[in-house]
Design a binder for this molecule. Structure first.
Ligand SMILES: *[C@@H]1O[C@H](CO)[C@@H](O)[C@H](O)[C@H]1NC(C)=O
Length: 338
């Protein structure tokens, strides 16, 4: 099982992409580059506009509105299907490729909490599959209005915030989740969060799940069924440099910003072995069977644990049923490390 990714000891010669790369692949690379820079591009557009005083009569009220009034990130977002259907997302998912696999129907008769595992460096597969329609989510799961959830601070940046809301994202804050479930819609939570991101290593799947009870409790309180989602390959698209300094930086950024920044290395736009563009490695996201949950408005700790165990078992089932198809290169099996 153990296939090591090449980790060069001494500087390796740059492997330039040949000029003959088909246009299709060039466009895919460009789409991933856009994705990598999207926040800077959109935030940059705001600051660029702000350079012109003639825009202030619009921008100043807008910023006030964002800071003091609008709470859309906790009120189900502001999904714009046209954004989710942009052709760029098809190119983006075809780069890796990212593919969505359905194993059972998810009837749109109740709210669901989808758990996404593993976090990987940045949950790129979650973006491709669930923030966009490029892998056919709305066709495979008709009627399910799924909101990918992310940390609150991501919604504080002007314009970027509108963009995330348009892609259907909402805050992972409890109030936000309650709002979505109460409306009968569904939320996707990357359960392992930043702790799991810090543990991302290619061809391993170490999950931080053992003590994450909040989502189970919430599901019980709303009678939302749980849907385990395992994204094979999520952790494989970058190589990670192990370093003490890197760990310290990650610890610091996690403490102050809630995010970790593993020392990633991948490829470049015009070469195959230097840069921080992700590798073209497949991400296969398998949506497991929905786990029936009782509706218990005030669940006891024991009940929460019991259903947490059921969820973990269901997730492991998804892993076991697919590991020999989508995780052939794994260095070791799935582990719950925390
Ligand atoms: C999502 O994409 C499919 C094509 O794969 C399309 O038929 C469908 O209308 C799209 N859904 C929405 C909600 O736009």
């Amino acid at each position: 099982m153990a296939t090591q990714t090449p980790q060069p000891q001494e500087p390796e010669k740059v492997k330039w992409a040949p000029l003959s790369v088909p246009i299709e692949r060039r466009v895919q690379t460009l789409a991933v580059l856009f994705w990598a820079l999207q926040f800077f591009i959109i935030l940059g557009a705001f600051f660029l506009l702000a350079l012109f005083p003639s825009t202030w009569p619009v921008l100043i009220p807008y910023v006030c509105w964002v800071v003091f009034i609008d709470r859309a990130e906790r009120k189900g977002g502001r999904r714009v299907e046209a954004l989710r259907n942009m052709p760029i997302w098809t190119w983006f998912v075809d780069y890796f490729p990212i593919r969505l696999h359905k194993t059972a129907d998810v009837p749109p008769t109740r709210p669901y909490i989808f758990g996404y595992h593993p976090h990987g460096v940045i949950s790129l597969g979650a973006w491709g599959n669930f923030a966009t329609n490029a892998t056919g989510f709305s066709k495979l799961f008709p009627g399910i209005k799924l909101h990918l959830c992310t940390l609150d601070p991501n919604f504080r940046w002007p314009f970027t915030r509108e963009y995330l809301l348009g892609m259907g994202l909402v805050s992972v804050d409890r109030k936000s989740l309650e709002y979505v479930l109460h409306k009968g819609e569904s939320a996707m939570i990357v359960i392992g969060g930043a702790e799991e991101a810090a543990k991302a290593r290619p061809f391993t799947n170490d999950l931080v799940l053992g003590r994450r009870f909040g989502f189970v409790k919430l599901a019980l309180r709303y009678g939302a069924w749980l849907v385990p989602v395992f994204s094979f390959g999520e952790g494989d698209i970058w190589d990670i440099k192990e370093s003490e300094t890197g760990d310290k930086i990650s610890h610091w950024t996690k403490k102050y910003f809630g995010v970790t920044l593993p020392l990633i290395f991948g490829r470049g736009v015009f070469n195959y072995n230097y840069g921080i563009m992700p590798y073209r490695r497949a991400i296969n996201t398998v949506v497991g069977e929905p786990l029936e949950m009782p509706h218990i408005p005030e669940p006891t700790e024991e009940q929460v644990r019991e259903h947490h165990d059921r969820y973990v078992a269901a997730l492991k089932k998804v892993w076991d049923a697919n590991k020999d198809v989508y995780a052939k290169q794994r260095r070791r099996s799935l582990r719950l490390v925390e």
